[in-house]
Write a protein that binds this ligand. Structure first.
Ligand code: HBI
Ligand code: NLE
Ligand code: FE
Length: 432
């Protein structure tokens, strides 16, 4: 074998793969639609045939042909036991368009031996349009009444059956469907009433003014009332008119990446089941009481809605480390945030406003208060089963929004994105 022959092999496969000279000559790291989707990192290990002559060069030709950007290359002597006439092994790490990875490996296979590979997505893929949210439904298995002995509903067969029913509603939902109306049981309605009535007494003292304003409207329109659990479709219609947010059902806690991605589209994933009646003062997992009494009034506020969406936008295509920081920020603001209002501290976090137990606790001298500062807040560890030991207090939502924007700008992504409110889709502005 000599290099000339191998070259012809490459040429052959170029045709097999339908890759003409022109198209392979283009910048392949960006798709036609300008998206950066599908850039991946490919790790290759292979044995070089004819290492002493031009074997390595022939292999590199293949990488060049598919415009792989080599970030690391290393050769080492092949292990004795597998030294089948070639004494050199090569390790290459490179970035290329995902759709070329298979072709590259197939070609390399022709000129090298023992080709082994592993690919990693360079930029985590993310939804671009509303329909893509149908795929953002990966659940965290945590506090599951079927699996978790500490869940208050663990021993309750009826409750678990009901949860399965709600989970199916959520999984069958597709973007654009009408939000399923649920006939709540007498017991569920009683739970709602109890939670609502108890908390309602606390709001005048502890809830921020934006919350109280929205709650009054929701009651005025009859969307929130003591004797019936609010229906998602009614709530979604209300929200849409106020801030453009809409709801979609979710079966439970989503992984942070999927949850935050929905926020980027002004879509709020909402649980539809109720907490177990034995623990109505506090639920470690979201339930309909939490969504309705915690989130909905705040999502009806323009400033706050924008803040929530901005966290979502920052999360699209972000690294795992940045997702962790953004979900911590979300936790200490949207879920457990406090704010200054006319010289006193009020609650705006949904986890506080939907938990009688924690709302009272937050205003005792037990927890610590710190000023909201994204750098510090994003790195604050938290636990999600009990009350928080630290709360962050912001000046106002305008200020939080500015600070978040500044913070998110420092998070590096190889592209920038823009939300197109006319189509409800995400545009990717500049790519790798
Ligand atoms: N999923 N349904 C749901 N509701 C939440 O509030 C929620 C979630 N998944 C993750 C999550 N919150 C936290 O990680 C946030 O801090 C992002
Ligand atoms: N602890 C809250 C409640 O009882 O409503 C729910 C928090 C969900 C993150
Ligand atoms: Fe929540």
């Amino acid at each position: 074998e000599f290099p000339g022959k191998k070259k012809s092999l490459i040429e052959d496969s170029r045709e097999e793969n339908g890759l003409s000279e022109e198209s392979s000559g283009q910048k392949t790291s960006i798709k036609d639609d300008g998206s950066n989707e599908g850039i991946c990192t490919l790790n290759l290990i292979f044995s070089i045939k004819n290492p002493g002559t031009s074997g390595l060069a022939t292999c590199l030709e293949v990488l060049k042909k598919f415009e792989a950007h080599i970030s690391h290359i290393e050769t080492r002597p092949a292990a004795k036991w597998k030294n089948k006439g070639h004494d050199l092994e090569c390790f290459v790490k490179c970035d290329l368009h995902s759709s070329y990875a298979t072709m590259l490996v197939a070609d390399l296979d022709k000129v090298a031996d023992d080709v082994r590979t592993a690919t990693e997505e360079k930029v985590p893929s993310f939804p671009r349009k509303l329909q893509d949210l149908d795929k953002c439904h990966q659940l965290i298995i945590k506090y599951d009444p079927h699996l978790d002995q500490d869940h208050p509903g663990f021993g309750d067969q009826e409750y678990k059956k009901r949860r399965t029913f709600f989970a199916e509603l959520a999984f069958n939902y597709k973007n654009g469907d009408i939000l399923p109306r649920v006939e709540y049981t007498v017991e569920e309605t009683a739970t709602w009433k109890q939670v609502y009535k108890t908390l309602r007494n606390l709001y005048p003292d502890y809830a921020c003014k934006q919350y109280i304003n929205s709650l009054q409207l929701l009651e005025k329109y009859g969307i929130f009332r003591e004797d019936s659990v609010p229906q998602l479709q009614d709530v979604s219609n209300f929200l849409k008119e106020r801030t453009g947010f809409t709801l979609r059902p979710t079966a439970g806690l989503l992984i942070a990446r999927d949850f935050l991605a929905c926020l980027a589209f002004r879509v709020f994933p909402t649980t539809q089941y109720l907490r177990h009646p034995s623990a109505f003062m506090h639920s470690p997992e979201p339930d309909c009481c939490h969504e309705m009494l915690g989130h909905i009034p705040m999502l009806s506020d323009k400033e706050f809605a924008q803040f929530s969406q901005d966290i979502g936008l920052a999360s699209l295509g972000a690294s795992d480390a940045d997702i962790k920081k953004l979900s911590t920020l979300y936790w200490f603001t949207v879920e457990f945030g406090l704010c200054w209002q006319n010289g006193s501290i009020k609650a705006y976090g949904a986890g506080l406003l939907s938990s009688y137990g924690e709302l009272l606790y937050a205003f005792t001298n037990k927890p610590e208060y710190r000023p909201f500062d994204p750098e510090m807040t994003a790195d604050q560890p938290y636990q999600d089963t009990t009350f928080q030991s630290v709360y962050f207090v912001c000046e106002n939502f305008e200020d939080s929004k500015e600070k978040l924007k500044e913070y998110a700008m420092k998070m590096k992504r190889p592209f920038s994105i823009r939300y197109d409110s006319f189509t409800g889709s995400i545009e990717v502005l500049d790519s790798l």
